[in-house]
Design a protein. Structure first.
Lengths: 209, 216
């Protein structure tokens, strides 16, 4: 039984753990639990393939970058985004798990926003994909609320003293996206070129663009 | 529960270490754990899943990678929900006499399910507080799941937004129903939380349910 599922995974090229090295202990233990869940009828292995594909290829910071670039070029869209971010983001087709209740917070010359989840790893999947390891790690979760300027400085941005830092701790099902300031000198760029300037860290708030 | 997961405000836990060009999953098994968790019949209660990870003893929690925590919690959650037995989890073999379930997510529907708009907003009693109200985060130390971090308990803040009534994790995580309560964005000044050395311009905002708050 279990062997069939291994074959199934090989057929879909999932086993880059393998290569020349023996599978790790975790790889074997996860495979055993997957086999058990399949045998019990709890999960469909092809559904797992589709979910992995969704998170590896369908969501990610390029989605959020499109939202930001649209807001930079379309004042009516930006107004809708700041009023009801869930609906405005859905206009671009980005909906679903961990994006059910979106709030967009706008950076200005006087305000810089930073997003964290001190209790776990809450993150807006439809627009940013899954969070990077550092976002989920103890150093970031602990320090972002007590020393946001220090954390942002480690990412390479020293915020001017007169800028107020607003940290948003994602303690409920509300998910936050930072709308960065449009960089100077980009007046002649179209929406696609602007989207290429928008980074994941810019939309978390650990960097300024 | 005052566990190590409640990390806000701690220091000396290491440097924030961004990895250039980080992959979505570092190992294929991480993707499988993520997908198994999302597709699991236990995923209908996201709060119970969070609490299960919080129940990992502190020293182990701090030593484990993110998806090691997810993996361990998934097994424990399946046992807790009665979806597998402890014997099946230990042996990796299904009891041949046990009935076979039907997967909650089918392959043809899985991708659509990931993008389906859901909502945690429910009908509930009208909110007690208005935008601009001064509130104090209550000094609550419940033994179970809560989303009220220690670093704001007892501190004064201001309501900056009303979010509607949301499923209340302190009840939902423990199988006591959705128990929806009004949710608010509450802003605390950095000085209120961290003292006079903090920058007077800075603030931290959290989404807090009404039972966490009292008028100030």
């Amino acid at each position: 039984m279990a062997h069939d599922h291994h074959d199934h995974q090989h057929g879909h090229g999932h086993d880059h753990d393998h290569g020349q090295d023996p599978p790790s202990d975790m790889a074997l233990r996860v495979k055993a639990l997957e086999s058990l869940m399949i045998e019990k009828g709890l999960v469909d292995p092809a559904a797992l393939d589709a979910i992995v594909d969704h998170f590896e290829h369908k969501v990610g910071p390029r989605n959020g970058a499109r939202v930001v670039a649209r807001a930079w070029t379309d004042p009516a869209y930006k107004a809708r985004l700041l009023e009801d971010a869930t609906a405005a983001i859905a206009e671009l087709g980005f909906t679903g798990r961990q994006g059910e209740h979106m709030v967009v917070v706008e950076n200005t010359p006087a305000v810089h926003n930073l997003v964290v989840c001190t209790l776990c790893s809450c993150y807006p999947w439809p627009v940013l994909g899954l969070p990077p390891v550092w976002y989920k790690s103890a150093p970031y979760r602990s320090r972002a609320v007590i020393d946001p300027r220090g954390v942002i400085a480690e990412f390479g941005t020293v915020l001017p003293e007169e800028v107020a830092v607003r940290v948003w701790d994602s303690t409920a099902e509300v998910r936050y996206l930072v709308l960065p300031e449009r960089p100077a000198g980009t007046g002649d760029l179209d929406e696609a070129a602007l989207a290429a300037l928008v980074t994941r860290d810019g939309m978390i708030g650990t960097r300024r663009l | 529960m005052n566990g190590v997961h409640d990390m806000g405000g701690m220091e000396n836990l290491g440097r924030v270490s961004p990895e250039p060009d980080e992959p979505v999953f570092h190992h294929a098994w991480e993707g499988r754990v993520h997908a198994m968790t999302v597709a699991s019949p236990t995923r209908g209660n996201i709060d119970a899943g969070r609490h299960q990870r919080e129940l990992i003893p502190g020293p182990e929690y701090l030593a484990m990678s993110y998806y090691e925590k997810w993996f361990r919690s998934l097994g424990e959650l399946l046992v807790r929900h009665g979806a597998v037995t402890a014997e099946e989890l230990a042996s990796g073999r299904a009891d041949p006499a046990a009935p076979k379930a039907t997967p909650r997510l089918r392959a043809e529907d899985a991708a659509a399910a990931m993008t389906r708009p859901l909502s945690y907003i429910r009908e509930a009693a009208p909110p007690r507080f208005a935008v601009g109200d001064r509130v104090r985060a209550r000094n609550l130390n419940p033994p179970g799941h809560t989303r009220l971090p220690r670093y704001v308990r007892g501190h004064l803040g201001e309501i900056v937004a009303r979010r509607g009534a949301h499923v209340f994790p302190d009840s939902h995580a423990h199988g006591k129903g959705e128990d929806p309560r009004p949710l608010y964005a509450v802003r605390f000044s950095a000085r209120e939380l961290w003292g006079e050395a903090a920058d007077p311009r800075d603030s931290v905002s959290l989404d807090l349910w009404e039972p966490y708050l009292e008028p100030a």
